[in-house]
Design a protein around this ligand. Structure first.
Ligand code: ATP
Ligand code: MG
Ligand code: FE
Length: 341
């Protein structure tokens, strides 16, 4: 079976055709980095307009790349949230129109589920349950992934997401937008022991995160004029890694048996973070699984894959399904702990 995936929740417009045999037949991604760069972050109205202009021709081109016509697709999956609502609406409304025109099932995909299941697209050996570190531009969570739509959130950030902390620290260092990859490159030239930075929540009982204090400390280090940018970048990245590893160790101690330690989301593209997690997994005699870099940052193949998993589970959605700006993977945890934690 083949599913058309559509992604438009932030600043990547993307379409992909993926089979249940884990073959990405075709995929296209248009980044809007240039459009948002002058503003130092994503401007929702600019994003929505760009999605609206690009998505329809991109879907046509993706079908052409695969040598397929829409009638040969088995279902249409689109991100229905969480994200910037204008962009989400563009993708979801397009998917609804295509589903209506063809009579194919519509699958409304949670963008975070797309990230969370992407390691299974990349690696056929990955079975539920697995322990997932989901690190992206808007989220930093530790999840027990038990199955399609079955997530137990063990930890989350009480303030900033890790990608946000990377981007804001990069901005302080004048690295432009988006800053995560640039900060990683600069960190290679620095000494991680040079700048004393905090490890917020390290050693605390529950595996939650906090990155706002770290970000402020980066700003103070820069303003002090005492350190090179490369040393600040390296020290920031190391502080973030120390927090991630400490919290994941805590989560591993509390969770039942899992099949693998897994990382996903845009920040999972960071090689130093991948390396540290791989070592942690080895210490626990667990396989370490991370998607290839191109599947970490936003893409439509992961949305098509989540759609395939839902389709295999007998699920689809009505044509009036709503776009959701907020859509937690584990609503119970969110309800118990409140919006922030
Ligand atoms: P969410 O998925 O939470 O809705 P998003 O879709 O905006 O947020 P992603 O596309 O998953 O986020 O990830 C983008 C984030 O990943 C940005 O903050 C970016 O700086 C960060 N990022 C990308 N590559 C790297 C890297 N090599 N090192 C660190 N951070 C990175
Ligand atoms: Mg982006
Ligand atoms: Fe994302």
């Amino acid at each position: 079976r083949t599913v058309l995936g559509i992604e438009s929740s932030c600043d990547e417009t993307a379409a992909a055709l993926v089979t249940d045999g884990r073959v990405i037949l075709a995929q296209r991604i248009a980044s809007q980095d240039d459009a948002h760069r002058p503003y130092g972050g994503v401007v929702p109205e600019i994003a929505a307009r760009a999605h609206a202009e690009r998505l329809a021709p991109m879907i046509e081109a993706t079908l052409a790349d695969a040598g397929m016509i829409l009638d040969e697709v088995d279902a249409i999956a689109a991100t229905a949230g969480p994200g910037l609502i204008g962009g989400v609406m563009v993708g979801l409304v397009t998917a609804k129109a295509l589903a209506m025109a063809t009579g194919k099932p519509l699958i409304a995909v949670n963008h975070l589920e797309g990230h969370a299941l992407s390691p299974r697209l990349a690696d056929a050996s990955l079975e539920y349950p697995y322990l997932l570190l989901l690190v992206s531009g808007g989220h930093c969570q530790i999840l027990l992934v038990e199955g399609v739509g079955r997530f137990r959130r063990l930890g989350t950030t009480i303030d900033d997401a890790l990608g946000e902390a990377f981007d804001k620290s990069a901005k302080v260092l004048g690295l432009g937008y988006p800053g995560g990859p640039a900060l990683e490159r600069l960190a290679l030239e620095g000494d991680a022991r040079k700048v004393p930075l905090p490890r917020p929540l390290k050693g605390s009982q529950e595996p939650h995160f906090s990155f706002a204090g770290l970000k402020s400390a980066v700003l103070r280090a820069k303003q002090s004029g005492e350190y090179t940018d490369a040393d600040i970048a390296a020290s920031f990245q190391q502080a973030a890694i120390d927090c991630l590893i400490d919290r994941m160790r805590r989560a591993l101690a509390g969770v039942g048996p899992v099949n693998a330690l897994v990382v996903a989301g845009g920040v999972a593209a960071n090689k130093a973070i991948r390396g540290a997690l791989e070592k942690l997994a080895a210490d626990h005699s667990l396989p370490f699984i991370a998607p290839p870099l191109a599947l970490c940052t936003d893409n439509a193949a992961m949305i098509a894959w989540a759609g395939l998993e839902r389709l295999a589970d007998g699920q689809s959605d009505p044509l009036d399904v709503a776009a959701r700006p907020r859509w937690p993977l584990d609503p119970e945890a969110e309800a118990v702990r409140g919006a922030g934690v």
